[in-house]
Design a binder for this molecule. Structure first.
Ligand code: NAP
Ligand code: ZN
Length: 354
């Protein structure tokens, strides 16, 4: 099925209209009409080949929500008309230890990422079949890699939960953040603003560390208890040893050592942002027996848990809805940190572009 899309034709080239082929759903697959797709900073990193190894042409987009249009004849979990989501991966090996544990994002054979990766044939990654993401009007996905969007979350504001939501929910849960913990969210963008909302819903005391003074009022409105501007370097001495847990969402290079100084003894800092590398000094860790960790999205089971948690706590993303024709300007604004707080593409606009 010829499907209108937007693609980056090559590294650093602007995105432009493109057509992808989508398959009729196989026995265990569903065909989804995409309604909205969030714009993640990872879309920019990969479309600009900042991590290396990008596959072009690339149709980005891994914060997909839509409506089931058609199901394969062996599908029992989904029906036409169901409101569903697709996140950062569309398949995995299903038998390694990680997949069996429901942590498909750590599949030892490599997950099939939603774009800039490969579909599987006979369970194995098939390098002749690139994946294409959500900047398109429909997608065909295995039924086990589809999420249910709970009633009550507006669809456009639900899309960013599929990446920004789970990427922040998962480390907060995994590292045991509890009510009353003093946590810091570093960087108030797509991930950062979801971290604030989710951590507040978990009962934590949340401080935002931002390099944008202009986000102070928004941070409060989003629920943060405190806001510190990191351009003022005295922040790092005045607040040394203050936090139990720090979630670092910054997309651009910065000095981790400075932030580690803000942890209390035995505190943990988790990196989710993926900027260019920066050295970490052993002294930043050994003094207070501190931990520096990382976290990657979340598995299917935990993503569903996060969606249900957000519905129960009235949490959704703050978005700026854009037509796909504005995607290149949106990328430029995100690079400047000018995002409030997630761009979401209205996929209805693609019909007009094709
Ligand atoms: P985003 O919406 O663009 O937000 C990034 C924020 O980082 C900005 O809003 C800004 O916040 C801060 N920032 C940007 N440039 C900065 C600079 N030069 N110095 C200091 N701070 C700066 O990006 P996002 O979509 O949230 O993604 C954030 C990062 O997480 C990206 O690297 C992305 O690839 C990565 N990511 C990782 C995972 C995972 O599974 N680990 C999943 C999704 C995304 P302030 O204005 O408040 O400072
Ligand atoms: Zn993402």
């Amino acid at each position: 099925m010829k499907t209108p899309a937007y693609a980056a034709p090559a590294a650093k080239a602007p995105l432009a209209p493109f057509t992808v082929e989508r398959r009729e759903p196989g026995a265990h697959e569903v065909l989804i009409d995409i309604k909205y797709c969030g714009v993640c900073h990872s879309d920019i990193h990969q479309a600009r080949d900042e991590w290396g190894g990008s596959i072009f042409p690339m149709v980005p987009g891994h914060e997909i929500v839509g409506v089931v249009a058609k199901v394969g004849n062996a599908v029992s979990r989904w029906n036409a008309g169901d409101v569903v989501g697709v996140g950062c991966f569309v398949d995995s090996c299903r038998h390694c230890e990680a997949c069996r544990a429901g942590e498909e994002q750590f599949c030892s054979e490599g997950m099939s990422v939603t774009y800039n990766g490969y579909e599987r044939s006979g369970g194995k990654l098939d390098r002749s079949r690139p994946t294409y993401g959500g900047y398109s009007t429909r997608i065909t996905v295995d039924e086990n890699y589809v999420l249910r969007i709970p009633a009550g979350i507006p669809l456009d504001r639900a899309a960013p939960l599929l990446c920004a939501g789970i990427t922040t929910y998962s480390p907060l849960r995994h590292f045991g953040v509890e009510a009353g913990d003093k946590i810091a969210v570093v960087g108030l963008g797509g991930l950062g603003h979801m971290a604030v909302k989710i951590a507040k819903a978990m009962g934590a005391h949340v401080t935002v560390l931002s390099h944008s003074e202009s986000k102070r009022d928004d941070a409060r409105r989003l629920g943060a208890d405190d806001f510190l501007v990191t351009k003022d370097e005295t922040v790092f001495t005045q607040h040394a040893g203050r936090f139990d847990f720090i979630l670092d969402t910054i997309s651009a290079q910065h000095d981790y050592n400075a932030y580690l100084g803000l942890l209390r003894r035995d505190g943990t800092m988790v990196l989710v942002g993926v900027p260019d590398p920066t050295p970490v000094h052993a002294f930043s860790l050994i003094g207070g027996r501190k931990r520096l960790a990382g976290s990657l999205i979340g598995g299917i089971r935990e993503t569903q848990e996060m969606l249900d948690f957000c519905a129960a706590h009235g949490v959704a993303s703050d978005i700026e809805l854009i037509p796909i024709q504005q995607i290149n300007q949106a990328y430029e604004r995100m690079i400047k940190g000018d995002v409030r707080y997630r761009f979401v593409i209205d996929i209805a606009s693609l019909g007009k572009a094709a």
